[in-house]
Design a protein around this ligand. Structure first.
Ligand code: DP6
Length: 325
C-alpha cells in the first residue's frame, strides 16, 4: 500500500567558501560556487504526512505552530513535490531542531534538506541525490549542500538543472571538528534571504566573485590533501571577503559583535603560536572554529574562557541527509 508519511534527518553545514548573492533570486542560482562541511550531531528531523483531512499545509517547528513566510517557503516545496508526484493532498510537516535557530548555524540548510527528502519520499517519489539537492536548493540555497555527505561542493550552474551539490570527500575522510562559539542565540537582524539581494550593491562583490574559482580550487585541494594550513588561510580569507561585502552593501550589514572580533583575533593568534585552528563566520555573530579532532577539546576549553562565549557546540563531519524509520 502507498505510504504517505516519511521522516528524514539532516545536518546543517558550515561553508568554507561562502555563498553570498544570487544570479537568480527565485531559483537560488548562486553568483558563485561554494564548499562546505556537514555538521554531525546537530540535526533537523522532519516528518511529512500527506493527509486527506487537511485543508492546507501545516508546519510545526519544535512543537510550535508556524505561519507566514516560513510556512509559505515550505508550502512552495510541497507544491513542487505534489506536481512531480501528481497528488493533491495537503501535508502536515513536523520539524525539530536540536540546535539554536537564526544565529549563524544554518538551520534553513538542514531544514530544507530534510524536507526535500521526507516530502518527496512521502509522496512516493524516489529522487536521486542530484534531484534532492536541486529540490532542497529551491527552499534555501545552502540546503543543497546538506543533501550529500561529508565535504561538499555546490556547482553554481546557470539554471535549475545545473545547480546542485556533490560530495568531494566522505565524512570520515578527514577528522575536522567545528567548534561553534555561541555568543548569541537571538534571531539575526537581517535574514540571509534579504542579505543575498543586497550583495550586488557592494562595490566589492565583483572583486570577490572574480577571485572565487581560485579560492574554490585551493579549498578543494586543501581538503583532498588534508592540508590544514592551506585550509585555514583560505577559509579565513573567504569569510573576511564575504563580511567585507556585507559591510559595504547598501544598507550596510554588520553581523559581527565585539566578541566575534575578539574570538577571530584570538584564534589567529593561537594558530601563529602553533595550535592549528581557524575561524569562519556566517550571517550571524557566532564563530565557527575549525580544528583537527586531536585539538578539539583544547580549542573548546580556550573558547569557553573568552568572556561573552556562552557555550561551545562541537561537531565532526556529518553524513548525508537520510530517511529514518
Ligand atoms: C552566509 O542558504 O541561508 O550562510 O538561499 O536565502 O535561504 P537562502 O540563503 P542561505 O544563505 C547562506 C549564507 C551563508 C553562507 C553559506 O552558507 O554559504
Amino acid at each position: 500500500m502507498q505510504s504517505w508519511t516519511a521522516t528524514a534527518i539532516s545536518c546543517p553545514n558550515i561553508a568554507f567558501i561562502k555563498y553570498w548573492g544570487n544570479r537568480d533570486e527565485a531559483l537560488h542560482i548562486p553568483s558563485n560556487g561554494s564548499i562546505s562541511m556537514n555538521l554531525e550531531g546537530l540535526f533537523t528531523r522532519t516528518q511529512v504526512a500527506f493527509t486527506p483531512a487537511l485543508q492546507s499545509d501545516q508546519l510545526t517547528l519544535n512543537q510550535q505552530n508556524i505561519h507566514g513566510s516560513p510556512l509559505e517557503r515550505v508550502s512552495a516545496i510541497l507544491e513542487l513535490v505534489r506536481e512531480m508526484a501528481a497528488i493533491k493532498l495537503f501535508a502536515s510537516v513536523k520539524s525539530h531542531n536540536n540546535f539554536p535557530t537564526g544565529a549563524g548555524i544554518a538551520s534553513s540548510a538542514a531544514a530544507f534538506a530534510a524536507l526535500a527528502l521526507a516530502a518527496s519520499r512521502a509522496a512516493g517519489l524516489e529522487l536521486d541525490e542530484q534531484g534532492l539537492s536541486r529540490l532542497a536548493r529551491l527552499g534555501s540555497g545552502s540546503a543543497c549542500r546538506s543533501v550529500p555527505g561529508g565535504f561538499v561542493e555546490w556547482q553554481a550552474g546557470d539554471d535549475n538543472l545545473s545547480s546542485f551539490a556533490q560530495s568531494i570527500a566522505p565524512a570520515g575522510y578527514w577528522d575536522l571538528v567545528d567548534c561553534v562559539a555561541v555568543i548569541s542565540q537571538a534571531h539575526k537582524p537581517t535574514s540571509s534571504l534579504e542579505g543575498h539581494a543586497l550583495a550586488g550593491t557592494s562595490p566589492l562583490q565583483a572583486a570577490r566573485l572574480a577571485d572565487t574559482s581560485r579560492r574554490l580550487e585551493i579549498c578543494r585541494q586543501a581538503i583532498l590533501e588534508r592540508d590544514f594550513a592551506a585550509l585555514a588561510e583560505i577559509i579565513e580569507l573567504d569569510s573576511n571577503l564575504m563580511h567585507s561585502v556585507m559591510m559595504t552593501s547598501q544598507p550596510a550589514l554588520f553581523y559581527w559583535q565585539p566578541v566575534t572580533l575578539e574570538i577571530m583575533a584570538q584564534v589567529a593568534a593561537w594558530r601563529r603560536n602553533g595550535l592549528p585552528a581557524c575561524y569562519t563566520v556566517d550571517a550571524g555573530p557566532n564563530v565557527h572554529v575549525l580544528c583537527l579532532g586531536d585539538h578539539a577539546s583544547q580549542v573548546k576549553n580556550r573558547l569557553l574562557q573568552i568572556p561573552g562565549v556562552k557555550s561551545v557546540l562541537t561537531a565532526r563531519t556529518g553524513g548525508p541527509a537520510r530517511l529514518i524509520p
